[in-house]
Design a protein around this ligand. Sequence first.
Ligand SMILES: [Zn+2]
Length: 104
Amino acid sequence: MPVYTYEHSGPACAAGATIEAKQSMKDAPLTLCPHCGGAVRKVLSRVFINTPRGNSSLKNLGFTKLVKRDKGVYENVTARDGESRYMHADKPETMPNLKKTITD
Ligand SMILES: [Zn+2]
């Protein structure tokens, strides 16, 4: 289950200014601190704020990035071993091999 961070709207309690709560994505966000009952609000996780910058970090994270080079031609700037560097919209064999990327 994902861990969400909440911060106290008022003064921090013994649990700290921010608290973490393990919640299902279906759960409604907490409004009250489970430790002190004070009001809390959800803080966006850093995962959503720190976006990878370079193509190599995207590649390491398992992303595939296609850059349009021409009509129907895309450069796979994160091409892995055995993948075509250029993808042609009308040639399925040049598509990125997602099965290879998704291994675990
Ligand atoms: Zn609290």
